[in-house]
Design a protein around this ligand. Structure first.
Ligand code: UN1
Length: 498
């Protein structure tokens, strides 16, 4: 029997698909079918990253001078190609990252939305004019690209996160070096192919796959890279921010979360339970906006917990390529080990394991990294499972006597990404909105996600730098230049005005 053909994918530098200088490649496996190799990818090193930076410097010369509405034309085209390839791209996401196919299709749609929005910004690259204090003088601002920008992205949204960094960066005229997570390079290859087909000039987008330690560091250290947009762990992001600060690079870092939902006693229980189960166990809890804490007002606590366990027990678990699956495997052995370790820690800390807690085995489960959706009750704020990001299908449940105590618990972590309250009481909802310490606040809705035309990001350990998406993305990916023009025919007495 012929062995299955395994494709080796290349880097994309200066408009060419090329092998890495290291000459090494590495395999990526399907997290639901460990025997299935998704492809072989370049194990690039610092030298590859620097070649990509040099190519980007060339690309920048053309791209920065291309009018923003013309750049928009290419981004719109990329959106159309993405639409044509939506099913294939979604299957790629599921095959290399593991998320259910419905979520993967949603991710592709979201990437298309951001392309549409960013392209529209091409006709709104606004500066402003204001009267000068001097006669015969015009004062105004314009926006210029930052220059060469590093795009460093995680595995959990291998299409949407790169797209929501790249599309705004491109419309603003920057040239990019894209370093995707090592675990999900095929999605990155396909996204790059889409921009290539859409007609981006050579060098404007360069893809370098491989370990963050080498490629990411080279981008941070290169004086030719003027900005970095990063999404990933708080630990890596903190180092990246510190190293970039030494070089005065512009940084946008979107980091972890420990998002809490508060359920007040007047809440619509059905709505709250639906949002919480989706928030905690959708995408197997592997998203920075996942719900990892629920704080329940004491008079509805027992009823809430029993209905939460009941709903969670109905979730179907399996390979996400099957559209009927609710919870798919974790994306890697590391992820699985980390989640199981935290489940062990929670038990040792004295939390009550109310549901799940085990790795699944037997049959198809032996081929993937499956852990049951897990619920801990009786959790107190000082426990590690209450404070640290687990990034998996583990939900911690707390009891609070009233809204102020619930808000204190919600605010007791270092993270501050997203949060939600379920209540019908508008006064309490506003009290919550005005005191909860997160960058995104929801009322009667899950902690998840965000719309592409609104800012996305968090406080504290959840991130630093300008918000992603919305108009703040344009603020991040441009430098504002202030222009003064003296159009008087002759010299005027300036000094007295200054
Ligand atoms: C979402 O939850 O819909 O890494 C987006 C993450 C976030 C993006 C989440 N930066 O999970």
């Amino acid at each position: 029997m012929a062995a299955t053909q395994i494709t080796t994918y290349k880097n994309y530098i200066g408009g060419q698909w090329v092998e890495s200088v290291t000459g090494k490649t590495y395999p990526v496996h399907n997290p639901a079918r460990n025997g299935q190799v998704v492809g072989e990818f370049q194990t690039s090193g610092a030298e590859d990253a620097l070649k990509a930076v040099a190519a980007a410097k060339e690309g920048l010369k053309i791209w920065a001078d291309t009018p923003a509405p013309a750049r928009a034309g290419i981004i719109f085209k990329a959106m159309e190609i993405m639409g044509r390839r939506a099913q294939e791209i979604a299957e790629t996401i599921t095959t290399e990252e593991g998320k259910p196919i419905g979520d993967a299709l949603g991710e592709v749609r979201r990437a298309m939305n951001i392309m549409e929005y960013a392209a529209g910004e091409g006709r709104r690259m606004f500066g402003y004019t204001t009267p000068s204090e001097l006669p015969n003088t015009v004062a105004y601002t314009i926006r210029r690209p930052i220059g060469v920008v590093g795009i460093i992205t995680p595995w959990n949204f291998p299409i949407a996160i790169p797209a929501w960094k790249m599309a705004p960066a491109l419309i603003c005229g920057n040239a990019l070096v894209f370093k995707p997570a090592s675990a999900t390079p095929l999605s990155a290859v396909k996204l790059t192919e889409i921009f290539e087909e859409a007609g981006l000039p050579p060098g404007v987008l360069n893809l370098v796959t491989g370990p963050g330690g080498q490629v990411g560091n080279a981008l941070v250290e290169s004086p030719d890279v003027k900005g970095i947009s990063f999404t990933g762990s708080t630990e890596v992001g903190t180092d990246l921010y510190a190293e970039s600060a030494k070089r005065l690079k512009k940084v946008q870092a979107e980091l972890g979360g420990k998002n809490a939902v508060i359920v007040l006693s007047d809440a619509d229980m059905d709505k709250a339970l639906g949002g919480i189960v989706q928030g905690a166990f959708g995408s197997t809890g592997q998203r920075c906006t996942a719900t990892s804490r629920v704080i329940v007002e004491e008079d509805v606590y027992d009823q809430f917990v029993s209905e939460l366990v009941e709903r969670t027990s109905k979730l179907t678990i399996g390979d996400g390529i099957d559209p009927s699956i609710d919870v798919s495997p974790l994306s890697s052995k590391n992820q699985k080990d980390q989640v199981l370790e935290y489940i062990g820690i929670g038990t040792e800390e004295g939390a009550n394991l109310a549901f799940g807690g085990r790795a699944l085995s037997g049959g198809d489960y032996d081929e993937g990294y499956y852990v049951e959706p897990t619920i801990f009750t009786g959790v107190s704020p000082e426990m590690r499972i209450a404070k640290e990001e687990i990034f998996g299908p583990v939900l911690t449940v707390f009891k609070a006597k009233d809204l102020p105590e619930a808000i204190d618990i919600s605010n007791s972590v270092e993270f501050g990404l997203s949060s939600s309250v379920y209540t019908k009481d508008i006064t309490k909802a506003y009290e919550y909105i005005n005191t909860v310490e997160t960058g995104m606040v929801h009322v009667n809705a899950p902690t998840l996600g965000g719309e592409v035309h609104l800012p996305f990001g968090g406080l504290g350990a959840s991130g630093v730098g300008a918000r992603e998406q919305g108009t703040s993305a344009v603020d991040f990916f441009t430098e504002v230049i202030t222009v003064y023009i003296d159009h008087a025919a002759e010299a005027t007495e300036r000094a007295k005005f200054i």
